[in-house]
Design a protein around this ligand. Sequence first.
Ligand SMILES: *Cc1c(COP(=O)(O)O)cnc(C)c1O
Length: 228
Amino acid sequence: MSQHAEPDYASLTATLAAINARIEVATRDSGRPPGSVTLVAVSKMQPSDAVLAALRAGQTCFGENRVQEASAKFAALRADWPDLRLHLIGGLQTNKAEDAVRLADTIEALDRPKLADAIARAADRAGRLPDLLVQVNIGDEPQKSGVPTADADSFIERCRTRFGAKLRGLMCIPPVGEDPTPHFKALAALGARNGLEMLSMGMSADFEAAIVAGATHVRVGTLLFGER
Ligand SMILES: *Cc1c(COP(=O)(O)O)cnc(C)c1O
């Protein structure tokens, strides 16, 4: 038995093509032009080899939810893959803001004033500010990250004042076990009335519904890379 079994990524190229085809169909169904939706390949808990296989298959945008893991996997790839874009998704601890600002192209987890403070301070020190998405707790679940829906408009306004055009949009994760479409529509409405163009919503199980509701970014992990 081999001690260093190579994971089998032979099918990853075909899987990626199939997901991209489904994204195209849903984009058309949403009445938008082809290419309106970006696939964020969620590579958390997947080895660097899986990321490399996806890059070789043409995928450029990746999502991770732990800063340290993201840094270990992606920092070294930047030189060889200049088109690579890294999104940090899921809850972000304030004490990770410094590393997040240095590493990420987009932070999808802005959900409270203290984190906004930490990101602003880190951006001053680092001399760079990633694109920012406000994460909305769209189902107002007690255990979930995200600004409560009742506070969302005012928090978005504060973030716009502070970050200007770097505040690009909204992100949400609907409650498990509910029809996600009303939640996706609620996020789209919130984005529209605040003039925000990016909507990161939809995962492996519901990305097509998210696109039909207006998603510009879908975050797909399991369907592309397999179980974590
Ligand atoms: C893990 C994760 C995903 C990907 O979920 P899959 O069901 O594996 O596609 C998307 N968004 C966030 C915030 C995640 O943490």
